[in-house]
Design a protein around this ligand. Structure first.
Ligand code: ATP
Length: 323
């Protein structure tokens, strides 16, 4: 028999647009299936501190369209310690929490797996702008970030066009080039540099820019994922080796903010509801995933062993269509 009555929900790791829409869906689907939902503030850190309170369906009114997370988020080094996980478990039990829904990236998934091993059932939902979780085709926040970055590229390119310069734009992605590749294509970049593909500055940056110039281009756009190196250094190299005036723009945290797109709101709503449905079906220690465009679930441990690779053909496509 399913003994779960009270569900905790938290957001962890980097914030992502659409996290609020997930919280709303969890709270309201929880209410629909007659569970109490308790918000845990500041991720695992707040859980250890007992920063927990009940959230009612009306408490999540008007947050669907808001970026960030009303529950706040944190990276907790304390939670890496087994004693702190046991403490967090005891605190959850004091509040009556029987299962926890974790919204975050793969680091948060690992924390959830460890937490399940001290006895707390968990469900994970992918929430990160990086789209870098192996077990799912989509992570909440990615579409909004893609659109934010695309808007910024468009704006920076206006000035590069007017001044006939090269613009080098650094986007988020320490280990993953999803934003760089797809925004490179959406923003019409001449060169895209991502952590998944080695590059040589002369062959892969300078040569294509010079070829573009020979074909009559007067402004150029290079997109750099942050994991590859500093945009400012690449910019200096371009200026030094080609004589083309170059300017670096580091988009930074603007990429994490903003109102979620329709796609993120819909995906967040579907995945948030799915998490509660899984609990209701007694399916625990699962992750919610998008697979073949269907919202489904996988075993958490199995999910953490999965990897996905970026389609490197996209880099070739970007090269061809920027001729
Ligand atoms: P993002 O992709 O946006 O960075 P994330 O969830 O991967 O999000 P992390 O900082 O890696 O972000 O992880 C969030 C939190 O999860 C950490 O601060 C820590 O508390 C917990 N965590 C991460 N890795 C582990 C681990 N191996 N074991 C236990 N807990 C972990």
């Amino acid at each position: 028999m399913n003994k779960i009555r009270n569900i905790g929900v938290l957001t962890s790791g980097g914030d992502a647009p659409g996290m609020n829409a997930v919280i709303r869906a969890v709270v309201r689907t929880g209410y629909y299936y007659q569970y109490n939902v308790l918000g845990i503030y500041r991720g695992y850190e707040g859980m250890i501190n007992g920063e927990i309170e009940k959230i009612n369906p009306r408490d999540v009114s008007g947050i669907l369209q808001d970026g960030g997370t009303i529950l706040k988020t944190a990276r907790s080094t304390r939670f890496l310690d087994i004693e702190q996980k046991k403490r967090a478990y005891e605190i959850c039990r004091v509040f009556g929490i029987d299962a926890v829904v974790v919204i975050g990236g793969d680091g948060s998934y690992r924390g959830a797996l460890d937490f399940s091993k001290v006895g707390m059932p968990v469900i994970c939902i992918p929430g990160t702008i990086d789209n870098d979780i192996g077990s799912t085709e989509y992570t909440i926040g990615y579409d909004t970030a893609l659109n934010t970055v695309m808007d910024s590229i468009d704006k920076v390119r206006d000035t590069a066009y007017s001044h006939e310069r090269c613009t080098v734009i650094e986007v988020m992605g320490r280990d993953s080039g999803y934003i760089a590749v797809n925004d490179g294509i959406a923003g019409g970049a001449d060169v895209i540099l991502i952590p998944e593909a080695d590059f040589d500055i002369d062959a892969d940056v300078i040569k294509p820019i010079l070829e573009c110039r020979n074909r009559g281009k007067k402004d150029y756009c290079v997109i750099v994922a942050e994991g590859v190196g500093k945009a400012t250094q690449i910019c200096d190299e371009i200026t030094r080796k080609t004589g083309i005036i170059s300017r670096a723009t580091i988009l930074g945290y603007v990429q994490r903010g903003g109102s979620p797109t329709a796609y993120d709101r819909i995906m967040a709503s579907r995945m948030g509801a799915k998490a509660v449905e899984l609990i209701n079906e007694g399916k625990l220690n699962r992750v919610v995933s998008l697979i073949n465009n269907k919202v489904t679930d996988l075993d958490l441990e199995e999910a953490l062993s999965m990897t996905k690779s970026i389609n490197l053909e996209m880099l070739k496509l970007a090269k061809i269509i920027s001729i």
